[in-house]
Design a protein around this ligand. Structure first.
Ligand SMILES: Nc1nc2c(ncn2[C@@H]2O[C@H](COP(=O)(O)OP(=O)(O)OP(=O)(O)O)[C@@H](O)[C@H]2O)c(=O)[nH]1
Ligand SMILES: [Mg+2]
Length: 194
């Protein structure tokens, strides 16, 4: 496995004024609530407990920033689309996410994490629209692929690849079996160092 630079927690932000200075290079992880973003971040950085994971959807409610020892950053964005969250908070998240993805200059790549059993959701499509508008390099991680048979996983990957063509590349992933972790690491490092 390629070495990943050491990562440490930097800060949590509730609004843009709290973000770290918008310089250098940053890759962000986004995705539907409970899709497996924090688990993917932990698997990719090789730190079991860097980002908190939870069985309770909507756990990550802030943007969490992590510093890498090569000067770059990673960001774990709040999960979108969790229906039980009050409407006002949903609006706040949507606003925060859209501003972050549209305006953050140091953002050089987006990892959209989706549960491979659900495939692409409307929220994922909205993220692809925002990233497409900026021509932001984007990677779709079809995670929890350990829950699918080989043929189901292959079919889902094909469908998602077809829908995202020209905007994002896609791959299978599992934080449990580590399928695709190497590949995802390579993408994140390549994007940060491009
Ligand atoms: N089987 C399996 N379970 C996974 C995988 N990745 C995450 N999970 C489980 O899915 C649940 C949610 O994972 P998180 O990583 O917390 O998801 P998240 O997208 O960060 O969730 P929020 O921050 O709440 O939006 C947890 O119970 C994880 O253990 C995976 O690759 N395979
Ligand atoms: Mg999370």
């Amino acid at each position: 496995m390629p070495q990943f630079p050491e990562a440490q927690f930097l800060l949590s932000a509730w609004q843009p004024g709290q973000f770290p200075p918008d310089d250098g290079r940053e890759v962000a992880f986004v995705g539907r609530s409970n899709a497996g973003k924090s688990s993917a971040l932990n698997a990719i950085t090789g730190r079991k407990d860097l980002a908190r994971t939870s069985k309770t959807p909507g756990r990550t409610q802030l943007i969490n920033f992590f510093a890498l020892n090569n000067g770059h950053r990673l960001a774990d964005l709040p999960g979108y689309g969790y229906a039980k969250v009050p409407a006002e908070m949903q609006r706040h998240w949507r606003e925060l996410l859209s501003r972050y993805v549209e305006k953050r200059t140091s953002l050089v790549g987006l990892v959209v994490v989706m549960d491979s059993r659900r495939g692409m959701t409307d929220f994922d499509r909205q993220m692809l629209i925002w990233s497409g508008e900026r021509e932001l390099p984007t990677r779709l991680l079809l995670t929890k692929s350990d829950k699918l048979s080989r043929s189901e996983a292959a079919r889902t990957l094909k469908e998602v690849q077809a829908e995202a063509e020209g905007v994002a590349t896609a791959q299978l992933f599992s934080a449990v079996t580590k399928i695709g972790v190497d590949q995802a690491r390579g993408w994140v490092l390549g994007t940060l160092n491009a």
